[in-house]
Design a protein around this ligand. Structure first.
Ligand code: DGY
Length: 309
C-alpha cells in the first residue's frame, strides 16, 4: 500500500477510493499551493503525487522524492511537469483530458461573446450609475454572427469551440503546427482569434508583437490555453495603442497578474481567474480521473491517461 500526497483539496469524493484501496492519503489543506519546501517535504515521503497545474514538478524535486513513481496531474495541461525528467527517472505522468473539453470551450465562447459585446464595461457602467439612457450610438460592439473565427491549435478543445462557432454561422479558420491556414494568414483574416495550443518551447510567445501586428485593429484575442503562449508585454502595448480591438483572457503570464499590472488597465481587456474547467461536474470528473491514474500507478499498472515527453 502506498502514501499519496495530494497538493490541494479536490471536489467530489474520489480520494475516498484511495483510502478504500488501503492507501494513505495526505492532503495539503491550505488554499494556496504548497511552497517548494513543503512540497519537497511532503512529497518526499510519498509513493505517488496528485498535483495541480500550479505545482512545478521538475527533475530536482523528483530526485528528492525517490519513492514517487506516479505523478497524476489534475488538469489537461501539464507544462508544470518536466515529463522528460520524469520519464528518465522511471516516473509515470498522467493528465485529465476530455472531461474538461466542453467546459473550457464554453468559457472560450463566453469570453468571445463578452468581449465582442463589451459586457464588462457596460455592466460596470450600470453598476456605477453611469448609464444615462438608451442611445443609438451607445456601447457599440462587434457582430459575432457571420464573423471569422481563427482557432490556433485545433485539438479537442479547439474543435469544440469550432462546433459552437457553427451555431453562430461563423467562418472558422484553423491553424495547427502541421496543417490548416498558415498562422500569419489566420491572424490577418480573423475577427476573433482563440488560442488552444499547449504551452511548449515551440508555442511560448507564439502570439508576440509581430503576430499581434498582423491582427485586424478590431480583432479580439481569446486565450483559454496558457498565459505563456502570449507575450504579455506585447499584448499590453497593442491594447494600449489600440492596434487590436480587445482581449479576453482566462490565463495570463504571470498568473495571477499583480493588481496594478498595466494589462489590467488596458482598454477592452477582460481577465478571469483561470476558470476554464471550473464547473462542479467537470472538476469532480477530473478528480475521478486523477485518482484512477494514481490507483493504476500504485498497482504497478500503466496509467490510463499517461502522457509522454
Ligand atoms: C487545464 O486542465 O489545463 C486547465 O487549464 C484547467 O483549468
Amino acid at each position: 500500500m502506498g502514501l499519496v500526497f495530494v497538493t490541494r483539496r479536490l471536489p467530489g469524493d474520489a480520494l475516498e477510493r484511495l483510502s478504500a484501496a488501503g492507501h494513505e492519503v495526505d492532503v495539503w489543506e491550505e488554499r494556496l499551493p504548497p511552497p517548494r519546501a513543503a512540497l519537497l517535504e511532503r512529497a518526499g515521503q510519498a509513493d505517488a503525487l496528485l498535483c495541480t497545474l500550479v505545482d512545478p514538478i521538475d527533475g530536482a524535486l523528483l530526485d528528492a522524492c525517490p519513492r514517487v513513481k506516479t505523478v497524476a496531474n489534475y488538469g489537461v495541461g501539464y507544462d508544470n511537469i518536466d515529463v522528460a525528467a520524469a520519464t528518465a527517472r522511471g516516473v509515470a505522468v498522467s493528465n485529465t483530458p476530455d472531461v474538461l473539453t466542453d467546459a473550457t470551450a464554453d468559457l472560450a465562447f463566453a469570453l468571445l461573446l463578452a468581449a465582442a459585446r463589451r459586457l464588462p464595461q457596460t455592466a460596470a457602467d450600470v453598476l456605477a450609475g453611469r448609464w444615462g439612457t438608451w442611445e443609438p450610438g451607445g456601447y457599440l460592439g462587434h457582430d459575432v454572427a457571420g464573423a471569422t473565427l481563427g482557432i490556433v491549435g485545433a485539438g479537442r478543445i479547439g474543435e469544440a469551440v469550432a462546433r459552437r462557432a457553427a451555431g453562430f454561422d461563423m467562418t472558422v479558420l484553423r491553424s495547427t503546427s502541421r496543417a490548416g491556414t498558415p498562422l500569419p494568414e489566420l491572424l490577418e483574416r480573423s475577427d476573433f482569434v482563440s488560442l488552444h495550443v499547449p504551452l511548449t518551447p515551440a508555442t511560448r510567445h507564439l502570439i508576440d508583437a509581430a503576430a499581434l501586428r498582423r491582427m485586424k485593429p478590431t480583432a479580439i484575442l481569446v486565450n483559454t490555453a496558457r498565459g505563456g503562449v502570449v507575450d504579455t508585454d506585447a499584448l499590453t502595448a497593442a491594447l494600449h495603442a489600440g492596434t487590436i480591438g480587445g482581449a479576453a483572457l482566462d490565463v495570463t503570464d504571470p498568473e495571477p497578474l499583480p493588481a496594478d499590472h498595466p494589462l489590467l488597465q488596458a482598454p477592452n481587456v477582460l481577465v478571469v481567474p483561470h476558470i476554464g474547467s471550473a464547473t462542479t461536474r467537470t472538476r469532480t470528473r477530473m478528480s475521478e480521473i486523477a485518482v484512477d491514474n494514481v490507483l493504476a500507478g500504485l498497482a504497478g499498472r500503466p496509467l490510463p491517461q499517461a502522457v509522454s515527453p
